[in-house]
Structures are given as structure tokens and as C-alpha cells.
Write a protein that binds this ligand. Sequence first.
Ligand SMILES: [Zn+2]
Length: 253
Amino acid sequence: MAEGPLVHHYVNQLKKVLQGRDVRIEFRLRKLKDIEPALQNIHIQKVEAHGKQFRIHLSNHRILLIHLMMWGSWRIYRKSESWDKPIQRARVVFHTDSHTAVVFSAPVVKLMTLSELQHDPKWGHLGPDPLRSDFSSRDFFQRLEKEPSREIGEALLDQRVIAGVGNILRIEILFRSNIHPRRRIDSLSKKEKQEMLRWILKLFETWMRQMGRRSHWIQIYRRSGKPCPKCGTPIEFFRQAGRITYACPKCQR
Ligand SMILES: [Zn+2]
């Protein structure tokens, strides 16, 4: 599942082969096929991640926005290398003179201007991203406190509050912070919010650092009924914001 750290990891790889290069972009989606002729030889100015979004800045002042949701993935192949995934699942293919970067199964591929993206009701207005250098904890707290009656477990999934948190991260962040996901935002003390921020930064960084290895930092996600690693109480699960949520009923208050 592509939460912020995985998106940033992919972007670090993509930068090496795409950023500052001239590419040929091939769309394997019918809706974007018409604009393909204009992208036969285009310069990629910047590849960046913001939360779970890939933003590929092109020299024609357009941004290619890609979101993997639950199913998408990237592969980078050397020119002569054969693909390990079926071409039917490819959505966009970037050809450089040495490599081919392919995004597979991504449900969201859009071409827009920066201003269109920033004002887009669905994809714009993103909250701060803990893995970006422009992350602001003040901005995060302000956005969080805008809707004080919301449950914290739901708010953390809202990309306009904080960008990049997905189901695994929000469950583990709240567990480490000893905060129950059902708590209302206005019931959290300043100290609890600071503790939560500390774990947000720490777990984003840990996932990034341990990318591709066994995720020992995951303690309660998908462990319903198993003993809590802190107190031994069975981990409970319930639905929140349409997602399966895990919590320790004793440690998380
Ligand atoms: Zn516990």
C-alpha cells in the first residue's frame, strides 16, 4: 500500500532516471492518448512527492499527477531489460535514452497546471508532508484543530490535514502515542498532540529507512485478538472512516 514513505522512496528512484532529462511519454490510457503527440520530446523539470501524490513537472508548464491508490506500482527498467509485469497493466511509460520508467495499474493519471492542481477539490489543498523539507508542524496543528469535533483516527487519514498518512501509519502512530482513534480532537491535551507529532515524524522516518526490509516497526496493524506488545490485552478492531482500525483498549485512552 502506497503511503507517504513508499511514494517518497519511488520518487528518489525516479529522480535518478527522469529529472532533468528529455523523455518520450507514452500513455496506455485512452483518455490521454490525444495529447501524446505533444509529449514526444519533453523535458522533465522536477519529480516530487507530496503525500501520496507523484507530481511530475513537465517543461510545458503542466504537471502529471499520478496516484497509486491501493494497487499501483512503479518499475524502472534499463532499455534492453524485459519487463516483469504485463504491458496491459501499464498506464504511463516514460522513455529516456537509457531507461524506461513505467507506472502500472495506477487508477489516477491527470495532466494539469499547478494552479488547477492546487485548487482541485479532490487533489489540491494538501496538508503538510512530514517527509518534505517544507513540513510545518504549526500548519499541521492548525489544520487539525479546524474541525475539533472530529475523531482523531479519521482526521489523520484526511490528506488536507496531513499528507502521506495511510491506514498503517495512522494506526501505529496512535498506538505509540497512547491515543485511542475514537478520541475527539478537542479532547486531546497539548502534550498528547506533541507526542503524536513526535511519533508521526519518527514512524515516517523509520519506514523510509527500513524500506524493503521486514517491517518490525509495525506493532498492532492486522493483529486483532493478539496480545498488545505493551500490556498483553487483546488488540481490538473496528471500522472507522471506512477502514479497519486496530487499537489497544487499555493503552490507548
Ligand atoms: Zn496495551
